[in-house]
Design a protein around this ligand. Sequence first.
Ligand code: CP
Length: 324
Amino acid sequence: MTVEQINNKGQLRHLLTLADLERNDIEMILDRATSYLTPAGHAPARDTILRGYTVANLFFEASTRTRASFELAAKRLSADVLNLDVNTSSRAKGESVVDTIYTLQAMQVDIFVVRDASTGIPSEIARRVEPHVSVLNAGESEVSHPTQGLLDLMTIQRHKQDIDQLCVAIIGDIKHSRVARSAHEALVKFDVREIRLVGPSELLPENGFEGAARCTELSDGIRDADVVIALRIQRERFSELGQIPDTAEYFRRYGLTEESLRAARSDAIVMHPGPMNRGVEISAAVADGPRSVITEQVANGMAVRMAVLALAHEHVRDSDGRKR
Ligand code: CP
């Protein structure tokens, strides 16, 4: 059963995948995110709309950017924030994630932010929670990372006009990448002209990514690209360690360097969702160089997470009978 992400008032109820959102839903989120962007060096945007509401961050998989930005975003919107320490939680004693959710829901959590290594967990939680409660997917297995897809789209839009004219090259371990899947879902909704998946054949997905070209040569894959997105090799998702490519050989063939980037357009931007492995998928010179927008992605991620929390709050507020 598909879980409804937009309620009958057009409000964001859950954010589970970009695949089922309409373009205007994505525009609604990005418009709100833009309102929360403040230039570097200025005080971050703040709002009181989540005062009296509780956000629980449940990260059952490692995270720096997503976890920190959801926590800061909720605090900047004045929410009470619970960051469950999964290492000392009762899930380590065998409690199911659903029982963990029921337990926290009884403590009047309004919005759950969930990252898990298993497929289907955010949707399963969304099916089980009370009608006023929202669930935001903060990274689901290899399948979906919707706030990353939104921040990537936002970053591209802030640098490039005429998105339907762009060529976007995604390089690396695309087979195991929820970042690539969500980026692709966002980009096709905005009619990007060309998407290329670039990497060794064993790291390219056999299925999905409708309409995207596959390239096993880096120079072919990034030729005349407007946007180049580098991805790390996701070692934690390989079933056999022997399948992980040799680092030095991988960097030689697929590493983004100032030299390999010459094939892209001269005004191409370079993106990376992080965490980066410098000297494996990207050189330090490119990561810190003039084409890199990697730290902007992080800043845009803050704004996107504030936006999805603020929009989900509207659903919670309008469907919750409790006095606050
Ligand atoms: N891009 C991303 O999801 O980074 P984290 O794993 O640090 O959250």
